[in-house]
Design a binder for this molecule. Structure first.
Ligand SMILES: NC(=O)c1ccc[n+]([C@@H]2O[C@H](COP(=O)([O-])OP(=O)(O)OC[C@H]3O[C@@H](n4cnc5c(N)ncnc54)[C@H](O)[C@@H]3O)[C@@H](O)[C@H]2O)c1
Length: 281
């Protein structure tokens, strides 16, 4: 049996010398992943629709003021010109895009604070919100991956990680969204479930299309990342989850770095489930 020095030791998780472009970089998961990839040695391109000063200031907070190379590019992923300009600016600054982490998405909240008291129920779900989710979560994913794949083809290498959800794999159990007192129970709306279902098979499409051209494509399906949720929600979650708790955003760092690094060099087209066992029963 031959041993492969390139695949032994912890160095296989290093991102040193790589450039990682992270969409949704100013969000809950994006700020965590950007900081972790920067700590693993990557140059970071932070992409979000927020103003660049805001994106950078959130990155500085999450990366504890690190002065690792980082470039913020304000981009609307639904707008193709904006996305192509993002790709050009990233390449202009760092010469290549080795890793794409695509997180930008909308997951509209329903319930008490929703506009017009919308509760997200299927029967009353507004068509304009349906179209908006298709635009951001599906067309936005298409825009970003097509623009960056064209660049990765020129480089003859690249690594793409898309982000699904448990709702890419299973339907929602709406008991999770029920508050204890009678009131306005929330449900997980159809737009999120429909647009996240697309991610694993789109991953397989790109992975098989580019497998012989040095580009790997995988996706991660997280679930229930804690973010100042109401106590009743955390209790519902704990009761229904095999691990009995929500995820900390930092618990996604390892899986993302694993897929972004040489440690996963024989993986493409896969869905890495990071859900505390939610889909296991
Ligand atoms: N938080 C969770 O519990 C959870 C669970 C499963 C999956 N996910 C997935 O993880 C990813 C990140 O989730 P999050 O919780 O960090 O969300 P978030 O809302 O905190 O961050 C999403 C970011 O995307 C940006 N964005 C939205 N529309 C955009 C557009 N048109 N152009 C550019 N940027 C845009 C937003 O400005 C925001 O900063 C999403 O794909 C989400 O579906 C999250």
């Amino acid at each position: 049996m031959s041993s492969d020095n390139a695949h032994s030791g912890l160095d296989i998780f290093s991102l040193r010398g790589k450039t990682a472009l992270v969409t949704g970089a100013a969000g809950l998961v994006g700020s965590e992943i950007s900081a972790a990839m920067s700590a693993a040695g990557a140059n970071i391109v932070l992409v979000d629709r927020l103003p660049e000063t805001e994106i950078i200031s959130r990155f500085k907070k999450s990366s504890h003021g690190s002065d690792a190379p980082a470039l913020a590019i304000s981009t609307d992923i639904t707008n193709r010109d904006s996305v192509d300009s993002m790709t050009a600016k990233a390449v202009d600054r760092f010469n290549a895009i080795d890793i794409l982490v695509h997180l930008a998405a909308i997951d509209a909240k329903f319930g008490e604070n929703a506009p017009d008291g919308a509760d997200g129920r299927f029967e009353t779900f507004p068509i304009d919100l349906w179209k908006r989710s298709i635009d951001v979560n599906i067309t936005g994913t298409f825009n970003v991956t097509q623009s960056i794949c064209i660049q990765m083809l020129k480089q003859k290498s690249g690594n793409i990680i898309l982000t699904g959800s448990t709702y890419s794999l299973v339907g929602p159990n709406n008991d999770l969204y029920k508050p204890p007192a009678p009131g306005n129970p929330m449900v997980k709306p159809v737009d999120y479930v429909a647009t996240k279902s697309f991610i694993p098979n789109y991953t397989r499409y790109l992975a098989t299309h580019y497998a012989k051209q040095g580009i790997r494509v995988n996706c991660i399906t997280p679930h229930g990342v804690e973010n100042e949720n109401p106590e009743w929600f955390k209790e519902n979650f704990a009761r229904m989850s095999p691990m009995g708790r929500m995820s900390r955003a930092s618990e996604l760092n390892g899986p993302f770095i694993f897929l972004a690094s040489e440690a996963s060099s024989y993986m493409t087209g896969s869905t890495l489930v990071v859900d505390g066992g939610w889909t296991a029963w």
